[in-house]
Ligand binder design. Sequence first.
Ligand SMILES: [Zn+2]
Length: 67
Amino acid sequence: MKASECKCIVCGKQAVAFWPMIDPDIPAEPYCRKCLNKAKAEVLMNCFGYSEKEAKLFTHYQNKQKK
Ligand SMILES: [Zn+2]
């Protein structure tokens, strides 16, 4: 199933990707771009101890690379 055929689990907009894709035991949920960034930032903060500013910079940088 494509993410673009799903709706964001948070806000209901068209999804762009599934998250998380880390562990097959954790069901991935579809997210739109905006909520995906937020979800990623939360993982970075909770699991890797990033500050909110660092997490935002990281996701921003990642999005720039993906073209
Ligand atoms: Zn959303």
